[in-house]
Design a protein around this ligand. Structure first.
Ligand SMILES: NC(=O)c1ccc[n+]([C@@H]2O[C@H](COP(=O)([O-])OP(=O)(O)OC[C@H]3O[C@@H](n4cnc5c(N)ncnc54)[C@H](OP(=O)(O)O)[C@@H]3O)[C@@H](O)[C@H]2O)c1
Length: 306
């Protein structure tokens, strides 16, 4: 199979490219810096420059004749949100996807499938379980952004593609992400439940994030929103306790809300509130999770046994 990947140089993308190559797929990477991508992936991955996804259509030569596009690019969300950062977080996704559609429309031989990155941030935050039919949260920055992001990707349906919105939870990965931010505090014995710890964390191990993307790519019946989260989300308190146990460090120091707000500004809201996401579509479609339980997933992600 021929697969084009945007955001391939990121945490999720680089693992996805590794697995695609491992099973013999031909990969084309669309990157703002194709030279750097070539150095990362080596000569058997084709790298095409898409210098500014916000203002240029995606290069049709990197899309034409490919079976599937996996669209992952976006300015990192886990950083302090200034007005400028918020604009970049939104525009890189919404305008970037609009410009991907222009590239797909211009491709001589159009791809047949689009797996478009999305996020659990689309759902109204709370403790009640939500599946793919869960409510959005009009007026909330991230929810509005994800609705607009998926709205751009939906234009691929009119272009004849099968489209999946991969609504991903908190990815547990040895490199970066939420765990990367938490680990230094926990290793120093300074970790603990955040703001009471009753909010849910809908996590997924990177192995399943990539496994589920490949599953959606291969499964004809996968279409529309698909939650990429583990079957059993946990509270922030349980996550802290389990991570402390895995690291052999106490994790009892409560982390006050104001501390996080000082560090991360408005972005802290994502950690102070949670969402209890259920992967209904993945389960209905028969996806077999590689790491369904939290403790083994955390052990694997932190290199403390699997
Ligand atoms: N990691 C998570 O926990 C998580 C959870 C839910 C959803 N997601 C979403 O999944 C996607 C991939 O996540 P990730 O963790 O792999 O991301 P990442 O490591 O931050 O990488 C994303 C890639 O996007 C491109 N990029 C970065 N900033 C950009 C900008 N301002 N404009 C255009 N392109 C930009 C870069 O590729 P080039 O430099 O090669 O162009 C980068 O390698 C993102 O949309 C993210 O929001 C991630």
């Amino acid at each position: 199979m021929k697969v084009a990947v945007t955001g391939a140089t990121g945490t999720i993308g680089s693992r996805l490219v590794e697995e695609l190559r491992g099973r013999g797929d031909e990969v084309t990477v669309l990157s703002r810096d194709a030279e750097r991508a070539r150095q990362t992936f080596g000569a058997d991955v084709e790298a095409v420059t898409w210098a500014d996804p916000k203002s240029q259509p995606a290069p049709a030569e990197g899309l034409s004749g490919r079976d599937t596009v996996v669209h992952l690019l976006g300015e990192p969300i886990a950083q302090r949100w200034s007005d400028e950062v918020k604009r970049e977080i939104r525009d890189s996704r919404v305008l970037g996807t609009e410009n991907l559609m222009r590239g797909i429309a211009a491709a001589e031989a159009r791809p047949k499938v689009l797996i478009s990155q999305s996020a659990e941030g689309i759902y109204r935050r709370g403790t009640e379980p939500v599946d793919e039919s869960g409510p959005t949260d009009p007026g909330a920055f991230l929810s509005d952004l994800v609705v607009a992001w998926e709205g751009e990707a939906a234009k691929a349906i009119e272009l004849g593609l099968r489209v999946v919105y991969a609504r991903t939870g908190v990815v547990l990965s040895p490199e970066g992400g939420a765990l990367g931010t938490m680990l230094p505090f926990f290793k120093a014995g300074l970790g603990g439940p955040v703001a009471g710890g009753r909010q849910y964390v809908s996590w997924i191990h990177l192995d399943d994030n990539v496994g589920a993307l490949l599953f959606c790519l291969d499964t004809e019946a996968a279409e529309g929103p698909v939650n990429l989260t583990a079957p059993r989300p946990v509270t922030n308190r349980e996550l802290s306790k389990t991570l402390g146990r895995v690291l052999g460090r106490p994790a009892v120091l409560p982390v006050p809300a104001f501390g996080l707000k000082v560090l991360y500004g408005e972005m802290a809201q994502l950690v102070l509130t949670g969402v209890n996401v259920r992967p209904r579509r993945l389960e209905e479609l028969g996806y077999r999770f590689r790491r369904p339980e939290l403790e083994p997933a955390l052990r694997a992600a932190t290199g403390r046994g699997s």
